[in-house]
Design a protein around this ligand. Structure first.
Ligand SMILES: [Zn+2]
Length: 134
């Protein structure tokens, strides 16, 4: 199966053959730190760089660390209301992202979240997180 789904940020995440999403992170071979996004400046914990930083695909699961309901947004890329959140991925990195839902009414910090690719109309698919099914 080929990765035919166009995504909005192909250097940050992409589709899996099974219809899921993978987040493009990296692991430090010296200290084990998992980071996102991938970069070549060096490990933020121990300073290792070059061949010590290896690409690693991260699962789009984690815990809701914080969130904010956005009621007004001047940009044309997304219509308000929507919810911005920080997700602490199970693998470690903190990811700031948009949630699939547009209201924050029943969200709670610490909730298990899962990400998936969501395409609105003809726009490229974006990574959106939702509260995991209980
Ligand atoms: Zn390191």
């Amino acid at each position: 199966m080929q990765d035919a789904t166009p995504v909005a940020h192909p250097t940050l995440y992409g589709p899996t053959p099974s219809g899921g999403v993978r987040i493009f992170g990296q692991r430090c071979r010296q200290c084990g730190r998992v980071a996102f996004p991938r970069q070549a400046y060096g490990c933020e914990t121990c300073g290792a760089f070059g061949a010590d930083l290896v690409d690693e695909d991260l699962e789009a699961t984690g815990a809701l660390a914080s969130f904010a309901q956005v009621h007004r947004h001047p940009g044309k890329d997304i219509d308000a209301p929507f919810v911005m959140a920080e997700i602490r991925l199970t693998s470690g990195p903190l990811l700031r992202c948009t949630l699939a839902r547009r209201d924050a009414a029943t969200l709670r910090v610490g909730a298990l979240m899962t990400g998936r690719l969501q395409a609105d109309g003809d726009a490229p698919a974006e990574l959106r997180f939702s509260q995991a099914e209980a």
